[in-house]
Write a protein that binds this ligand. Structure first.
Ligand code: C5P
Length: 221
């Protein structure tokens, strides 16, 4: 097995998170997990030791991957941090930004004409990994943007202290959530590359090629 990933641990998060409101309801999102699962499969095929932290998705575990299933952002964070140290972290999960302050112990009744749910910010897993004492050599994030893709993506690259960010434009037919195809704009300090439109399995290979190159740059720095 050749390449910078062979024999190295790669942690990938994938899919949505579900934030429970009560025993029967939750706040979720439409992430299918396909991009993260494709990245995990491709990294395993390159000889990496892959830990895939998966939110609630309907996808089979790729061959040769250690899969850990989680539900909420808090559980995902715990599983990701427990998977360190690693050479690479790829945060492909669509983590909920807010979760209910508390989970109602019983099913909530419909009483009033309106209902106000109090939500609190979830911890940013990706930003936490990037400043962790066991920080992976390469920390890669995703960003779903509707407009001004490069400006917002580069902002996140800097703010979250990432090495690379893959942005996809949401709201464009044939790309993004719940799709087999996607198009990515990838940014790193001093560089950029457009990938696709292409099937997520093809994009995963192309993104790992970039990861491989950046890893070699970091190692020789
Ligand atoms: O800031 P934004 O949510 O657009 O950033 C998206 C990136 O941050 C993704 O890589 C996602 O996995 C990660 N993220 C995270 N924890 C959160 C929110 C986002 O790891 N609570």
């Amino acid at each position: 097995m050749s390449g910078a990933l062979a024999g190295r641990r790669v942690v990938v998060s994938a899919g949505p998170t579900y934030e429970d409101i009560d025993p029967v309801r939750f706040i979720g999102n439409r992430s299918s997990g396909k991009m993260g699962f494709a990245l995990a499969a491709a990294a395993a095929a390159r000889g990496a030791e892959v830990v895939l932290i998966a939110g609630p998705v309907h996808l089979p575990a790729p061959d040769g991957v250690r899969r850990i299933d989680v539900r909420s952002a808090a559980q995902m964070r715990e599983a990701v941090l427990a998977a360190l140290p690693a050479e690479v972290y790829i945060g492909a999960a669509a983590v909920a930004d807010y979760a209910p302050r508390s989970v109602a112990p019983g099913k909530m009744k419909k009483t009033g004409a309106t209902l106000v749910l109090e939500l609190v910010r979830t911890p940013d897993i990706l930003a936490g990994v990037a400043i962790h004492p066991q920080r992976p050599k390469l920390v890669v994030g995703f960003a779903a943007e509707t407009d001004d893709v490069e400006r917002y993506a580069r902002g996140k690259l800097v703010d979250k202290k990432l090495d690379m960010i893959a942005a996809n434009r949401v709201g464009v037919p044939g790309s993004g959530f719940e799709c087999d195809d996607n198009a990515l704009s990838v940014y790193w300090p001093g560089g950029a590359r457009e990938l696709g439109p292409a099937p997520k399995t093809v994009l995963a290979e192309a993104l790992l090629d970039l990861v491989d190159t950046r890893l070699q740059v970091h190692r020789s720095a």
